[in-house]
Structure formats: structure tokens, C-alpha cells
Design a protein around this ligand. Structure first.
Ligand code: SF4
Ligand code: SF4
Length: 430
């Protein structure tokens, strides 16, 4: 039996749109707009000014606290200023604007040869590495866990529909991914690495087994194809049958979870000396003329990414990230950041837009929830402004995976209700 977790759903995978497109490198346009917030934690503080010459890899924003990350120029050229622009989350934040000279001169860090644990962690911090699956939590913070760690878990499930970049990385550059995994294991001081890959990527599983052959401690496991298989708690359960306590972290039970793209970014930073200024991104959806997996420099506006691949029909929704947990975009002006795992242009056929109606108490939402919550209760209580009562249904444990909303026949906005409940509980300190 394939490893998995309890509950969850089987949305249409739609990976066939981009899965067979090899990674292609996209050049940047005349200007890039580098957001100073590309991570969870304190915004980076600008350390360049108009007129400064920069290279790809020059630091332009310094981490402002421990939980923060350095931000880099992705092209060579001249800083033209710092402006406030809307990011993918719809917030106006400062961006460093750089006029691209088209030369792509690089500023790299010295490659590390047989680094120590401390040197790897320091490099992750210096190179601004964050969780590249979309979570964007600074990696050095995870690596400096205060609790004892038994094993590193590598998330190769890529369970969100449409997204295929981790798949392509495992297929095309498995040795580099494994090199990053070895560095991460060394940084954590663990001998065991569990790599979980969904069964819909059999060729990637084979490549990873081949690339890690002879390396002790790296165990590649096939997982059942189910959403949200890549959720940290779901992945840990699938691989170890251990449960992360309610409100707890993976490190509480001795695990650190990082994904394939993050391992690759660690390889780039340590072996090539390249700071985190570009990322792999799936651009897909039925409205995209040529769905693709791109290696894109941060700061490139989404509109330029779409122009490169073309639009073949009208789209009704643009999404940054996957369709389940991504963010709807009001337009394509935001630019690529470290967390931009995908950009989707979806047609009416793909989103089946329907108006919410009254809950019919069918309990389907509860039956699929991987966190064993009762989303219909939070939804009903929030509608009545009963925040205290809503808290009794543990909205703080919701991982916002969207399974409940996906199956709800009444199309209730269940994830939004959970988010609202969390926000009100925090604001009102209940
Ligand atoms: S309540 Fe939260 S965790 Fe449960 S299915 Fe809905 S979004 Fe996912
Ligand atoms: S799935 Fe929708 S209709 Fe059914 S109980 Fe949940 S909220 Fe109500």
C-alpha cells in the first residue's frame, strides 16, 4: 500500500499541460522590480540607492532581523529607484527598480568545499534562501532548530494541481537536488533523509533513486497521489505515522520538512555560490498558449512572463501559486518573487464559478479535512459573529488547503471563513 495520510481529496491533476516541457531559462526585460518582502518575517531593508551599479547577485535588501532574508538583484544594471508597487498578495510594498543592461554579469559568493554544518547554515542565511515551495520561511531558521532532529524530510510530492517544476527538477537535475539534500542533512546533523514523491511521478522517483544510489541514509518513498500530500503534517504522517500535535511544529516531533526546489537553491548557494535571485516556476492553465516550466529571475513582472508564452483564449482568473492554495491576482503587474511557484491563467471551464448557497449539512467538508476539523461550524459561527464559539472548532489548526471548499456542494467560502476566524481570534486576542 502506498504511503499517505487520512482524508484529503483527488482534484484533477492538470499536470499534463506543462509536465513534458523542459525547464527553459527566461531572460528579463528592460526593468526588473525586486520586492523587498519575498519571505515570511521582517521586510528586508534597502541597501542601494538610485544610480548604484549592481550585478545579478548583488545584495539590494538586507535581512532586518533573525526571521528575515536578504534580497538580491537578479540582473546587472543600474538602480533607478525604490518605488511602492503591488505584490502578488495585493499589498503595496517597496520594490527596488533596476534598469537591466542585458549583460547578466554575476556577483557570486565563494563556492563552499566540504563545508561544516555552521558554514552551510551561514551560507543559507547569506544567500537569502527561503522555502521555495511557496511558504517562503527563511531556511536558516529551520536549520537552527532548538529541538533535537531525527530526520530531514524532503517534500517531492508537488501535490498542487498544474505545478510541475519540482517534477522537472527531479527529472532533469536529480544530482544537483541530491547534492542540496546532502548539504541540508549535514546542516541539521542527521543521518536519515526521507524523500516523499507522489506516485504520479514514477520517472522522477526512478531518477532520484538512481542519483542517490550508494548514498547512505537517503530513502526515497513513493506516496499516494492525493491532495494535500505535501502539507507538512500530512507528509510527516505519511512517511513516519507520527502526528504533529495540534498547534505544534514538525520539529516538535523531530523532523524538518523542506522541498525539492529549496534543496536545489541550497545547492546553487553552496556549490555555485549563487544567491537566491531566480526560481523555477510553472506557467500554465488552459488560457496559456504554451504552458512551460521557466527559470525566471525575481523582479520580472508577471505580464512579461505571460507575454513570453502567449494567451490563446480569454481567462477569468489569474493565480499566483497553485489553484488550491494560491492567491488570485487582480492583474499581472506583480513581479516574480522567491515564493512564485506558479502562475496560472484559468478559463471559465477550469474554475466552474458558482455562487455560494446555504449549507445543507452534508458534512462532506469535515469528511475530507486532513486536519479533522469541522469547517461548516466555523463558517456558520463566523457568519453570526460568534468568534469565541468559532474558536472551539480549532480554526487556528486549519492549513488552508482548500479541500473543504473543493467538495462543498453549496460552494461555501470555507477557507475564507477559516482565515477570517484566525484573523479575528488574533486581533481580539481570544
Ligand atoms: S478546514 Fe482548513 S484544513 Fe480543513 S479542509 Fe478546509 S482548508 Fe483544509
Ligand atoms: S460541505 Fe458545504 S454544504 Fe456540506 S456541510 Fe460542509 S459547508 Fe455545508
Amino acid at each position: 500500500m502506498k504511503l499517505t495520510f487520512k482524508h484529503g481529496i483527488h482534484p484533477k491533476e492538470r499536470k499534463e499541460l506543462a509536465a513534458d516541457s523542459p525547464i527553459e531559462v527566461m531572460p528579463a526585460g528592460a526593468k526588473v522590480y525586486i520586492p523587498l518582502i519575498q519571505h515570511i518575517g521582517a521586510p528586508a531593508e534597502a541597501c542601494v540607492a538610485a544610480g548604484d551599479r549592481v550585478k545579478a547577485g548583488t545584495i539590494v535588501g538586507k535581512a532586518a532581523s533573525y526571521v528575515s532574508a536578504n534580497v538580491f538583484s537578479s540582473v546587472s544594471g543600474t538602480v533607478s529607484g525604490i518605488v511602492r508597487r503591488t505584490n502578488a498578495a495585493g499589498r503595496k510594498i517597496p520594490h527596488v527598480v533596476i534598469d537591466n543592461d542585458g549583460e547578466y554579469e554575476e556577483e557570486t559568493l565563494p563556492p563552499l568545499v566540504d563545508p561544516t554544518k555552521e558554514e552551510i547554515i551561514a551560507r543559507c542565511k547569506e544567500a537569502g534562501i527561503v522555502g521555495m515551495g511557496g511558504a517562503t520561511f527563511p531556511t536558516h531558521v529551520k536549520l537552527e532548530s532548538k529541538t533535537p532532529i531525527k530526520a530531514l524530510i524532503i517534500n517531492g510530492s508537488e501535490c498542487e494541481p498544474y505545478i510541475t517544476t519540482d517534477y522537472r527538477l527531479m527529472l532533469e537535475r536529480p544530482e544537483n537536488v541530491v547534492s542540496g539534500i546532502i548539504l541540508l542533512a549535514k546542516a541539521l546533523g542527521v543521518d536519515t533523509v526521507l524523500v516523499g514523491i507522489e506516485g504520479n511521478k514514477k520517472d522522477a522517483i526512478d531518477r532520484m533513486i538512481y542519483a542517490s544510489d550508494g548514498i547512505e541514509g537517503i530513502l526515497i518513498h513513493e506516496l499516494k497521489t492525493k491532495y494535500p500530500q505535501g502539507g507538512e503534517k500530512q507528509l510527516i504522517y505519511a512517511l513516519t505515522k507520527e502526528k504533529v500535535p495540534n498547534g505544534g511544529l514538525p520539529s516538535d516531533v523531530g523532523y524538518i520538512v523542506l522541498n525539492i526546489s529549496t534543496a536545489y537553491a541550497v545547492y546553487e548557494a553552496c556549490v555555485l555560490g549563487r544567491p537566491c535571485y531566480a526560481r523555477f516556476m510553472t506557467v500554465s492553465g488552459e488560457a496559456i498558449a504554451r504552458p512551460a516550466n521557466l527559470y525566471v529571475r525575481t523582479g520580472v513582472p508577471f505580464s512579461e512572463v505571460v507575454d513570453r508564452l502567449g494567451v490563446k483564449e480569454e481567462y477569468v482568473k489569474a493565480v499566483s501559486g497553485g489553484p488550491m492554495m494560491g492567491i488570485s491576482l487582480s492583474d499581472l503587474t506583480p513581479s516574480v518573487s522567491k515564493g512564485s511557484s506558479a502562475l496560472l491563467l484559468l478559463t471559465e471551464r477550469e474554475i466552474r464559478a458558482v455562487r455560494p448557497t446555504t449549507c445543507i449539512n452534508c458534512a462532506r467538508c469535515a469528511s475530507v479535512c486532513p486536519m479533522n476539523l469541522m469547517p461548516m461550524m466555523t463558517d456558520a459561527l463566523i457568519l453570526q459573529d460568534k468568534i469565541k464559539e468559532a474558536k472551539e472548532y480549532y480554526p487556528m489548526s486549519c492549513i488552508e488547503c482548500g479541500c473543504c471548499a473543493y467538495v462543498c456542494p453549496a460552494k461555501r467560502p470555507l477557507v475564507q471563513s477559516q482565515r477570517l476566524a484566525k484573523k479575528l481570534i488574533r486581533e481580539l486576542k481570544i
